[in-house]
Design a protein around this ligand. Structure first.
Ligand code: C5P
Length: 299
């Protein structure tokens, strides 16, 4: 579990971080309807907060944000229900969710909430599932959920559920802009035209730049195959990216299936400076964010 978890009476409180996609290439469409991906995801310190309390039975969800569904369609509900059933737990749980990560932004908020739920309930009830077992459960909930079991920075393959950690020892600073547009992931993949004659981007070059903490190169190599489809459906986002292009970022990209656009900055100070300028222009919600530094050595 994360270090910053704090124990609460009869329960547990955890943070669920957002992610950004630094690289995303689509290798093809699979027979099961999903797309085969090569994507580098990185956890950032924009977080939702979840509190879990044991109750007698069932799953109950509370959230002050009235736009968040509290029924079985919510990934927190699904994750709690899954772990209760799969592990034969004869108890229930009340989950309180505090949302900060924008929804429909390509920032993985729902997926992260689900992963945090699996980890928290595993800990609360002393179930003893390993990370590998948690990742197997996570993959049943959604393509991005397994990444959030260990988070940090990883190359993700398959439909996104095969995780290969990348060691990143330097702090990377970002400015994340959410343009108050919600995008549904299936609509982007559904409109994606896979052109196999196009040059496929090589993820290994990107991973090298990450491992070398080469910010200039990371900025130049940021890539998202979904951008073209996103911009064709949401031309305002292309306009916004072009506008953001004048702020001197090291690199600029839409995260995942959108709609958030982030800029890689030389340092946190630069991110804060640009935030102040962008806030004045009313382009949406703006967050300064930093990655989680890793020290792991396994690949
Ligand atoms: O797995 P998840 O429920 O997050 O995926 C949402 C939708 O995104 C899928 O139903 C599918 O349309 C699309 N998707 C895809 N290929 C992936 C991941 C997601 O086509 N690798």
């Amino acid at each position: 579990m994360r270090k910053n978890n704090r124990e609460i009476i009869n329960g547990i409180s955890v943070e669920a971080p957002a992610k950004i996609n630094l690289f995303l290439e689509v290798l093809g469409k699979r027979d099961d309807g999903y797309h085969e991906l090569e994507t580098v995801m990185q956890e950032i310190d924009l977080v939702d907060t979840l509190e879990f309390e044991e109750i007698e039975e069932g799953v109950k969800l509370e959230c002050e944000d009235s736009s968040i569904p509290l029924n079985e369609t919510n990934l927190v509900y699904k994750a709690a229900d899954l772990i209760l059933k799969e592990c034969g737990i004869k108890k229930g749980v009340l989950a309180r969710l505090e949302k900060r990560i924008p929804v429909g932004a390509g920032l993985g908020g729902g997926s992260s909430d689900a992963a945090a739920t699996l980890k928290a309930l595993n800990s609360l009830w002393g179930i003893g599932l390993s990370d590998v077992e948690l990742m197997e459960l996570a993959a049943k909930l959604g393509s991005d959920v397994a990444f959030f079991i260990n988070g940090k920075t990883a190359l993700c393959r398959g439909r996104g559920e095969k995780i290969y950690p990348i060691e990143v020892q330097s702090e990377l600073s970002y400015l994340v802009v959410f343009p108050n547009v919600e995008i549904s992931t299936p609509s982007i993949y559904g409109n994606l035209k896979i052109d196999l004659t196009k040059n496929r981007k090589d993820v290994s070059v990107f991973v090298k730049a990450m491992e070398n903490s080469d910010v200039d190169n990371i900025g130049k190599l940021l890539f998202n195959r979904l951008e073209e489809t996103i911009f064709s459906l949401y031309p305002n986002l292309l306009q916004m990216k072009n506008l953001l292009g004048s702020f001197g970022f090291c690199g600029l990209l839409v995260s995942g299936s959108g709609s958030a656009i982030y800029g890689l900055c030389s340092n946190r100070k630069q991110a804060e400076m640009i935030r102040n300028q962008i806030e004045l222009r009313g382009m949406g919600k703006v967050f300064v964010a930093t990655n989680t530094i890793t020290t792991q050595t396994t690949r």
